[in-house]
Design a protein around this ligand. Structure first.
Ligand code: SAM
Length: 285
């Protein structure tokens, strides 16, 4: 069965035509001035067929399991979490991980290609039927129903929002979908070090050993454009907003979260002392 067949078989309401082959084969499109592309809506043109397939072929899920360890599972269990909404499902790594740990999980994403891949991966890794929902964070309450003990937004996803208005709207939507004592977990790349050390001292990040490299291709206060190079020399790009750590924390606080703990993650570095990622854990009460 193809990924598309699998996606059509689910009950989530993802439109079958959204995951049809022509869309799945779509290439990234940044136009003539790629560094001018600073638009929250553009992520749907970045996570397209070739990039999604390559990413999943190369990022070994077992290695990712090992390097991430029990961190998120422990944080969720310590708070008595049972239901989790994964708002940035991507290809499904965390959704599958949490299902295997016994959490009730709903998997949302704004990219139909990603959801199709996630659904297929759920079946492949343990025969899980993912409950996938096609939803953009800015209108999450419209498309996803219920209240959750936890929301996770992982893999440096929040960075795709390009205006403060979209960030505030998204956080407000997340807040509203949590139970009164719910918890939100957002991770982000350590952009402070990238911005402060400057473009000239840019650092290359490696995934899955040396197989995939990611390096800043362009950087200013409003854009971090990263280039991903694969072993066959193909290149893909992501345009992201460089969130400073304390700015993200402030927005979370201003939206109403009462307590925010930020952790540094030392994985995926090449002997650097600075963490590459920060993980914010925000509690509603
Ligand atoms: N969490 C996954 C992981 O760690 O492998 C995927 C991370 S991927 C970097 C970011 C995901 O966020 C993509 O699947 C993208 O479609 C989704 N995304 C970005 N902006 C979004 C938005 N406004 N609404 C819904 N999903 C969005």
């Amino acid at each position: 069965k193809s990924v598309d067949d699998l996606a059509r078989g689910n009950q989530s309401g993802t439109a079958a035509e959204d995951v049809a082959d022509p869309v799945h084969r779509e290439q990234q499109a940044f136009g003539d001035n790629p560094t001018e592309v600073r638009d929250t809506d553009h992520y749907t043109h970045e996570y397209v067929g070739g990039f999604v397939d390559k990413w999943d072929d190369l990022i070994d899920w077992k290695k990712r399991y090992e390097s991430e360890g029990q961190f998120f599972v422990d944080q969720l269990k310590a708070r008595g979490v049972q239901s989790v909404l994964d708002v940035a499902t991507g290809t499904g790594f965390h959704s599958v991980r949490l299902l295997e740990e016994g959490f009730e999980t709903v998997s949302a994403d704004g990219s139909p290609q990603m959801l199709a891949q996630a659904f297929s991966n759920g079946l492949a890794y343990g025969g899980h039927i993912l409950r996938v929902v096609h939803a953009d964070w800015r209108w999450l309450n419209r498309d996803v129903h219920g209240e959750y003990d936890a929301i996770i937004c992982l893999g440096n996803s929040f960075t795709h929002l390009f205006s403060e208005r979209d960030r505030r709207k998204t956080l407000a939507e997340f807040y509203a979908m949590l139970k009164h004592d719910g918890v939100l977990i957002i991770d982000q790349r350590n952009y402070d070090s990238i911005l402060d050390d400057g473009f000239s001292s840019k650092h290359t990040y490696y995934y899955a050993g040396e197989d995939v490299s990611a390096e800043p291709d362009y950087l200013d206060d409003g854009l971090a454009r990263f280039k991903y190079t694969f072993p066959d020399k193909s290149e893909y790009f992501l345009n992201m907003y460089p969130l400073r750590k304390n700015y993200t924390r402030r927005l979370m606080r201003e939206v109403g979260f009462q307590r925010i703990d930020t952790y540094g993650d030392f994985q995926e570095t090449h002997g650097d002392t600075e963490p590459d990622f920060f993980i914010h854990i925000a509690e509603k009460s």
